[in-house]
Design a protein around this ligand. Structure first.
Ligand SMILES: NC(=O)c1ccc[n+]([C@@H]2O[C@H](COP(=O)([O-])OP(=O)(O)OC[C@H]3O[C@@H](n4cnc5c(N)ncnc54)[C@H](O)[C@@H]3O)[C@@H](O)[C@H]2O)c1
Length: 303
């Protein structure tokens, strides 16, 4: 995919998935603003991209505030003349069950993921609208936001909110030719290697240098960070000019379109529904086939 002439900002691109996106965008010809809170990681990423012949500059700052968002958009325009693609990828976890989650745990995760996505997208959309040539907002969501996940009140709320913002901004920015999509990635990173059922398998593959097992790549959709970059490059490209308002899953050998929430069963009562009327029909009526929730546990095949 040729992205020559395009300029991208990738938040949280000092390591993990963000670094893979930054590398891939630069290799495809885009100029990249690398951002992270970790200055050493920012400098290393910029150095690596430049050494490979790509164009990159770094901004060490914490995503969340309007000031950082403005700094990122300003840097793209000052260093490379424009802004075409924003990838809101920066993220942290503070996992605890509801009754142990502190206000700080909640606020920290909401600040980076939800507020950071909002402030960065607002700054980027403002620049893109002024340029008048469209653009791409690629918002990183998560399976936890789509389905809920044990111990992830803050993270699931933020990631669900990000998918909701993608649908909202797809409406608001359509006339400006700016597409907005949520990406639901799964990949082995510092964030995922601690999942108990998967840790031994990931450790084993890394120790032996062998690829991740085929069932993991296909059934669980878990692969390397580089497996996610194809979707990012596609969405950033002119080929995806008509793709907007979608939540798209990718990982390992899997590519998936997530369904948006919609009414599954509907019933009507003239004059409205009393509690007794709902109770009388729930099990055989609207509530007859309740939805599943939560991310299914990985199914490790018996060897
Ligand atoms: N790894 C997965 O399977 C997976 C699954 C679903 C969603 N995600 C999402 O993908 C994104 C990247 O995840 P990852 O697995 O690469 O995580 P990671 O922890 O390896 O990388 C996250 C990066 O974001 C940086 N960061 C944290 N707070 C920041 C802030 N305020 N400002 C700027 N940078 C900040 C970190 O320093 C780090 O370099 C996250 O949004 C995560 O929620 C990952």
């Amino acid at each position: 995919m040729d992205l020559s002439g395009k300029v991208a900002v990738v938040t949280g691109s000092g390591r993990g998935l963000g670094l893979a996106y930054a590398r891939a965008l630069a290799a495809a010809g885009a100029a990249v603003v690398v951002n992270d809170v970790d200055k050493t990681a920012v400098d290393a990423a910029v150095g690596e991209i430049r050494a490979a012949g790509g164009r990159a500059t770094g901004v060490t700052a914490a995503v969340g505030t309007a000031a950082t968002a403005e700094q990122l958009a300003d840097t793209a325009v000052r260093e490379f003349g424009r802004l075409d693609v924003l990838i809101t990828n920066a993220g942290i976890l503070r996992d605890r069950v509801l009754w142990k989650m502190t206000d700080d745990d909640f606020d920290a995760v909401i600040d980076v993921h939800l507020r950071g996505t909002f402030t960065c997208a607002r700054a980027a959309a403002t620049r893109m609208r002024a340029q008048g040539e469209g653009g791409r907002l690629i918002l990183i969501s998560s399976p936890a936001g789509q389905r809920g996940n044990f111990g992830q009140t803050n993270y699931a709320a933020a990631k669900a909110g990000i998918a909701a913002m993608a649908r909202t901004w797809a409406l608001e920015l359509a006339r400006a030719g700016i597409t907005v999509n949520a990406v639901v990635p799964v990949a082995v990173t510092e964030m995922t290697r601690t999942i108990p059922a998967l840790a031994p398998i990931i450790d084993d593959a890394e120790r032996t240098g062998s690829p991740l097992p085929a069932w993991l790549r296909r059934d669980e959709g878990l692969g390397t960070v580089d497996d996610v970059t194809g979707l990012i490059l596609y969405l950033a490209s002119d080929a995806a000019r008509d793709v907007t308002g979608q939540a798209i899953g990718v990982g390992g050998d899997r590519l998936a379109l997530w369904a948006h929430p919609k009414e599954k069963a509907v019933a009507f009562a003239d004059g409205g529904w009393s509690a007794e009327a709902i109770a009388g029909q729930w099990r055989d009526g609207v509530g007859g086939e309740p939805e599943t929730y939560g991310i299914p546990a990985p199914r490790v095949p018996e060897s």
